[in-house]
Design a binder for this molecule. Structure first.
Ligand SMILES: [Zn+2]
Length: 371
């Protein structure tokens, strides 16, 4: 029906017909169905067993990371697996559930049907039969292929693996109580930087030592075909990946400025609260932009020329001391309500002004090359 015919039909309704319509309140007045939380609360007790996580990040053509995970079973019955949702450093529910695809859960080679929680969409429930000691989960992380889909983490030269996007964890336990060993397969000839330390390398697969799940999520990887490490002193290392080999060349005076920045910040903190620290710096205009803090590392992206044309890259400079300060103000120490035992509990950000405000004060005042 055309618009004009519809308008004519409406006008044909008499005033009496309008009066005869039931009052709006009589139409429908539904009551809300109560929302029930079926995710078990996290307890501060050891998880019975060690998770194994294998991530294959070689598919640069389709930008897909393949995940295989073995998760020990605490007991038969319902098991809830979660994808991290509330992410430290993001200060909000920024998990990438929309990029998880093809989830299959099996036990002893038999497929276990899973059900996504209708309230908490980051949760998957499975019924584990008696006699099963572990389940295997396989899924794909469909990483963005353009900025309009999210942050690009796979380019022809660089891969940025953030473990919270490529692993599930069992609900009901503090994440620091869940042991995990992870391995990462990269394109041939690539090297990787991370706060994790490898125990072995086989072909292009790197095996990392056992950590707890909280440490794993706090230890992302920058890997690339163009790769260089520079010692910054105080147990700190600059790990650089880049779009091209020439971007890796750091002039001696630029190196000296970064070494001095590390020295000066340790004096500010009054503590060296890490065993080692890795600045992961991607000099790229292809990788999605980032400046994200961790206890023993940071993910930073800078524009091409950051080392080779240092005089003209003022804006990138404060990110290094900012993120390094977060290792102390944000990780080593954190406002109590911002700390959560897992990645399901909401963070309360009232004291974000301390977490970010004080950090940016030191970020601005100690940027390398200022003094
Ligand atoms: Zn910050």
């Amino acid at each position: 029906m055309s618009f004009h015919l519809r308008a004519a039909a409406l006008l044909a309704i008499s005033p009496l017909a309008i009066l005869a319509q039931p009052a709006l309140a009589q139409n429908s007045a539904p009551q809300a169905v109560p929302v029930t939380n079926s995710i078990p609360a996290s307890r501060d007790i050891p998880y019975p067993g060690t998770m194994r996580l294998e991530v294959d990040a070689t598919d640069l053509v389709r930008s897909v990371m393949k995940v295989k995970q073995t998760i020990p079973v605490a007991q038969p019955g319902r098991m809830t697996l979660l994808l991290p949702k509330w992410l430290p450093g993001a200060h909000g529910p920024d998990g990438t559930i929309d990029k998880l695809a093809g989830l299959e859960i099996t036990a002893n080679g038999r497929k276990l049907p899973w059900r996504r929680d209708p309230v908490e969409v980051y949760a998957f429930h499975v019924d584990v039969p008696a006699g099963v000691s572990s389940v295997e989960a396989r899924f794909n992380f469909l990483s963005p292929v353009s900025g309009s889909q999210g942050r690009v983490v796979m380019t022809p030269e660089i891969v940025n693996v953030q473990w919270e996007k490529v692993s599930l964890y069992p609900a009901g336990y503090y994440v620091r109580q869940i042991p995990v060993v992870a391995s990462l397969t990269l394109p041939a000839g690539w090297q990787a930087g991370t706060a994790l330390r490898p125990t072995s390398t086989s072909g292009s697969t790197i095996q990392y030592g056992q950590v707890d799940y909280e440490t794993l999520v706090d230890s992302p990887v920058f890997a690339g075909i163009h790769f260089r490490k520079h010692d910054l002193g105080q147990g700190a290392t600059m790990v650089t990946v880049a779009d091209s080999a020439k971007e890796l060349e750091m002039p001696a005076d630029v190196l000296a400025k970064h070494r001095r920045m590390v020295d000066q910040n340790i004096k500010v903190f009054g503590a060296k609260h890490y065993d080692h620290y890795d600045f992961l710096n991607a000099i790229s205009d292809k990788l999605g932009g980032i400046g994200l803090e961790h206890h023993r590392s940071t993910e930073i992206s800078t524009d091409p020329g950051y080392y080779t044309d240092y005089a003209n890259h003022q804006l990138d400079r404060n990110v290094f001391p900012h993120e390094f300060t977060h290792s102390w103000d944000g990780k080593f120490r954190r406002p109590a309500e911002m700390w959560t035992p897992d990645y399901h509990t909401p963070m309360r950000d009232d004291l974000l002004w301390v977490y970010e405000g004080q950090t940016q004060f030191w970020g601005r005042s100690s940027r390398p090359g200022r003094a």
